[in-house]
Design a protein around this ligand. Structure first.
Ligand SMILES: C[S@@+](CC[C@H](N)C(=O)[O-])C[C@H]1O[C@@H](n2cnc3c(N)ncnc32)[C@H](O)[C@@H]1O
Ligand SMILES: [Zn+2]
Length: 153
């Protein structure tokens, strides 16, 4: 099942995790394709030069790396999918199909629940304690790993 991309089943409002997030406005069944993570397609080097890392600063972008060659920047031509937060105990997953990213429900989701997926960010550098600190997680899950970086490389 999927929703027309002009009539999405979630609304963007303030989130207890960080900034704003997306909250279900209708029940969403497990397996539903909810929204495309849309945006401008860049090469990793274009993305790096657009968003140079500032040492010691918390990281915040709307980038999603599809693979080693394509990064989607939802800050340009993106939609509401860019406001979905990360959780270490997610109810959604980001699925890549034919070079496009789709956010799909992995559990049944009730009205009012925040839609979250595991960002599993991978850095070029090692995921040291210092790196994890630059990408902290505030998802609040009992199983929170403390960072939005991927568990392992
Ligand atoms: C795609 S945006 C998500 C929307 C964001 N909350 C906002 O208000 O624009 C991604 C950024 O949100 C923040 N974020 C998302 N999930 C988070 C989490 N679980 N803990 C802390 N920050 C998070 C990080 O700064 C991340 O770089
Ligand atoms: Zn977490």
């Amino acid at each position: 099942m999927s929703f027309p991309q002009t009539d999405l089943p979630f609304a963007v409002r303030r989130s207890g995790i960080q900034g704003v997030g997306g909250f279900a406005t209708r029940p969403i069944a497990a397996g539903t394709r909810i929204v495309e993570y849309a945006g401008e397609r860049l090469s990793p080097s274009e993305a790096d030069s657009r968003y140079p890392e500032v040492t010691g600063e918390r990281h915040h972008t709307y980038l999603f790396a599809i693979d080693d060659t394509v990064v989607v920047d939802a800050a340009v031509n993106g939609n509401e999918a860019r406001f979905l937060n990360h959780s270490c105990a997610p109810n959604c997953d980001a699925v890549i199909e034919d070079g496009r990213i789709w956010i799909e429900a992995i559990h049944d989701i009730e009205v009012g629940e925040e839609l979250v997926y595991d960002y599993a960010y991978v850095l070029e550098e090692r995921h040291t304690a210092a790196a994890k600190k630059r990408f902290p997680c505030h998802c609040g899950a009992i199983t929170c790993r403390g960072t939005i970086l991927a568990k392992k490389r």
